[in-house]
Design a protein around this ligand. Structure first.
Ligand code: HEM
Length: 401
C-alpha cells in the first residue's frame, strides 16, 4: 500500500479544486489548462489529503470505467450508523444491486410524465416572484424551489420541510464547514428520514421511499438504515446541483444575449436540449466531489499511480479539453456537447440526469419567456460565486425585469 495519501504529503501541494478566476468566473480555474497540457496527472491537496488530479478528457473517461479504480474511497465514507450502505461510494456488484432499486423513478418515461407538473411549478414560482415585485433573488425565488419541490414529490417527503433540508444541505456542501458541523447535519437528516420511513410503512403512498420500503425492506434485501442513507443522498443531490445549474445557466445566458434569445424564441425542443447540454459542459458545476482510489498499481495518462492512491476527477478541465470539443472556451449552444462528463461517466454516472435535464429544459425557457426584460439587478462584479462550496454556482442572483 502506498503512503502517498497521508495528510503530511499534501502540505505544499496546490489545492483542489482551484478557485475560478474572479475576472472569468464561468470558466474552470485558469491553472487547469496548464495541468491538462503539461502533465497527465497533477499532485494536489484534496481536503488535506494528497491526491492525483486527472484533467484530460481521455484520462477521466478511461479512469471512470477502469475496474482497477474503485469508488470506495476511505476519506469519503460517511458513517451513518451500522449497516448503512451508500451506493455512490460502493463498487459493483453491490452498487448496481442498490442502484437498481431506485432506477424506476428516474427513467425517461417517468420523467416525461412529470414534465407538465414541473412546468406548472415553474410558472407558479414565477407568479409568486412577480407578485412580490422586481428585484428578486433568483436562487431563493426560483432556482432552488423547483428542484426542491420536484425531489420532495418524487421521494414522498413533505415539501413543508424544505427549509430544513436546504439548511442541512448547505452545511454538507460547504467546503468550510467543520467535520463536527457536518456530522451534526448528517445526523439530523438521517434521523428525520428514519422516522419518515417508519411513517411510510404505516401509511404507504406511491412515491419512491414508500415504494422501495414496500418492495425491498419487507423482502429483507435492504435495511432501514441503507434506505435512509440513500434517501439522504437523493435529497442532497437533487437539491443543490440542479438549482445551481438553473441560476448559473441564467447568468451565463444574460452574458450571452444571442444564445438567450435563441432559447427564448425557439419552439424546437431540440434547440433547447442542445443548449442545456452545452451549458452543462461549459459550467461543469460538480467540479470537486468526484473521487476514486486505485486498487492496484496502474498507469493513467503516462503516470504510475500506486495502489491506495487517491484520484480526483477534474471534470471541468476534461469538459474544456480541446481533445473532446473544438474551441472549448466558447459557449456554442448549437454544438453537439453530448459525451461531456458533467454528469460523470461509467457505472456511477448521475442517476438523476434525465430529471435534471428536464428541469433545466423547462426552467430556463419558462423564465426567459415569462420575463422578457430579465436583467441583473446589480453590477456583475457584485455577484458572489460559490468557490467555497463543493458544487459551484452563485450564492444569490439578484435579478430585475
Ligand atoms: C452522481 C452531477 C443532478 C442523483 C453524479 C455524478 C455527477 C453528478 C458528476 C457522478 C459522481 C461520481 O461518479 O462519483 C450532477 C449534476 C446535476 C445532477 C451536474 C444537475 C445538473 C442530480 C439529481 C439527482 C442526482 C437531480 C437525483 C435526484 C445522483 C446520484 C448519483 C449521482 C444518486 C450517484 C450515482 C451512482 O453512484 O451510481 N451526479 N447531478 N443528481 N447523481 Fe447527480
Amino acid at each position: 500500500m502506498s503512503t502517498t495519501t497521508e495528510a503530511d504529503d499534501a502540505i505544499g501541494l496546490p489545492e483542489f479544486p482551484a478557485d475560478r478566476d474572479a475576472r472569468c468566473p464561468l470558466a474552470p480555474a485558469p491553472e487547469y489548462r496548464e495541468w491538462r497540457e503539461t502533465d497527465g496527472l497533477r499532485r494536489v491537496n484534496f481536503r488535506g489529503h494528497a491526491a492525483w488530479a486527472v484533467s484530460r478528457y481521455e484520462d477521466v473517461t478511461a479512469a471512470m470505467t477502469d475496474p482497477r479504480i474503485s469508488a470506495e474511497v476511505p476519506i469519503q465514507q460517511i458513517s451513518m450508523g451500522p449497516g448503512a450502505q451508500m451506493f455512490p461510494r460502493m463498487d459493483d456488484p453491490e452498487h448496481a444491486r442498490l442502484r437498481r432499486m431506485l432506477t424506476k423513478d428516474f427513467t425517461v418515461k417517468r420523467v416525461q410524465a412529470m414534465r407538465p407538473r414541473i412546468e406548472e411549478m415553474a410558472n407558479e414560482f414565477i407568479d409568486t416572484m412577480v407578485a412580490s415585485g422586481s428585484p428578486a433573488d433568483l436562487v431563493q425565488a426560483y432556482a432552488l424551489p423547483i428542484p426542491s419541490l420536484v425531489i420532495s414529490m418524487l421521494l414522498g417527503v413533505p415539501y413543508d420541510d424544505h427549509a430544513f433540508f436546504q439548511d442541512v444541505t448547505s452545511v454538507l456542501m460547504s467546503r468550510t464547514a467543520t467535520e463536527e458541523e457536518r456530522q451534526k447535519a448528517r445526523g439530523s437528516l438521517f434521523g428525520y428520514l428514519l422516522d419518515l420511513i417508519g411513517k411510510k410503512e404505516r401509511e404507504p403512498d406511491d412515491a419512491l421511499i414508500s415504494r422501495v420500503a414496500r418492495e425491498h425492506l419487507q423482502e429483507g434485501q435492504l435495511s432501514r438504515e441503507t434506505l435512509a442513507v440513500n434517501g439522504f443522498i437523493l435529497l442532497n443531490a437533487g437539491h443543490e446541483t440542479t438549482a445551481n445549474m438553473i441560476a448559473l445557466g441564467t447568468l451565463t445566458l444574460l452574458e450571452n444575449p444571442d444564445a438567450l434569445a435563441r432559447i427564448r424564441d425557439t419552439d424546437d425542443p431540440k434547440v433547447v436540449s442542445a443548449a442545456v447540454e452545452e451549458l452543462l459542459r461549459h459550467l461543469t458545476i460538480v467540479h470537486s466531489l468526484v473521487t476514486r482510489v486505485a486498487k492496484e498499481d496502474i498507469e493513467i495518462g503516462g503516470q504510475l499511480v500506486r495502489a491506495g492512491d487517491l484520484l480526483v476527477m477534474n471534470l471541468s478541465a476534461a469538459n474544456w479539453d480541446p481533445g473532446f470539443v473544438s474551441d472549448p472556451d466558447r459557449l456554442d449552444i448549437d454544438r453537439d456537447a453530448r459525451g461531456h462528463v458533467a454528469f460523470g461517466h461509467g457505472v456511477h454516472q448521475c442517476l438523476g440526469q434525465v430529471l435534471a435535464r428536464a428541469e433545466l429544459e423547462i426552467a430556463l425557457p419558462v423564465l426567459l419567456r415569462r420575463l422578457p426584460g430579465l436583467r441583473l439587478a446589480v453590477p456583475p462584479e457584485e455577484i458572489r460565486f460559490r468557490n467555497d462550496m463543493s458544487v459551484y454556482g452563485v450564492h444569490a442572483l439578484p435579478i430585475a425585469w
